[in-house]
Design a protein around this ligand. Sequence first.
Ligand SMILES: [Ca+2]
Ligand SMILES: [Ca+2]
Ligand SMILES: [Ca+2]
Length: 279
Amino acid sequence: MKYKYIFLLLLTLQSCKKDPTPPTLLSPQEVIDSLTQNYTQLPEASIAISGDSSVFAQYIDPTDIYPHGTLGDVWEGTGLAVYHEGRFKELQLPDNQVFEDITPRLVDVDSDDTPELICIRTDVDLGGGIAIYRLTETGIEEYAFVREIGTPFRWLNIAAIYDLDQDGNLDLAWVETPHIGGILKVGTIREGEITVAAEHPYVTNHEIGERNLCASALDETRQLIMSSASRTKVVYVTYENGELTRVLEEFQVLDLTQPIYDQLPNTVFLNDNNCRFGE
Ligand SMILES: [Ca+2]
Ligand SMILES: [Ca+2]
Ligand SMILES: [Ca+2]
């Protein structure tokens, strides 16, 4: 009889070995408490939560190895911590990369009903780029990326993650170097490297040293709205037939330190999956 119990104990230990972290379904508050208490958060301590509360994500383990300070401090994340399907999953960047960002964006880019994470990821020698990660059963892996600008201390800010031209493929829009004559760029999201399909100069969607990343938006006609690089006008840009076109500009100074939404009271905004989420 005694041996039977030992055998059962061994069986139990064996099954624990195969699955070292069995899923634990936690309440949203328990997940937030774990992410707050069990990880070293960024100063903003910002946690992204998917619309159905199935995925929680945050940047972790801040470092000051890249003293750019474009988002208000020198502390940038070096890892991701995610709660998904009852498990906490982590990713650590290599030593030459940081997340020059505040909150990962949760968007299902491959239509499998699980959100991917869209992150501004900087190489300390090559400047800002974008990385998209997908969640696997046990971890986090890279799905697609936008190549870095190529020069250190050059950054980019995402503008929208949306099928801008309604061709059935999700597009990613961002402003490269928004502080020094920003260039709006668009690429279509597919697995692997995301290449630039179109670009448009002299715009901005960020003020240096500020934490507000929501100075651009998408209106109900899928026009990208942001500031002119001169900061004197609001510009409206469409993406159709592979081209970005400035269709309208109006004299108005946007406050880039604040989200754009309250500054254009007559505009109906879409959920751009960058700053506004949901259907
Ligand atoms: Ca920071
Ligand atoms: Ca997905
Ligand atoms: Ca598209």
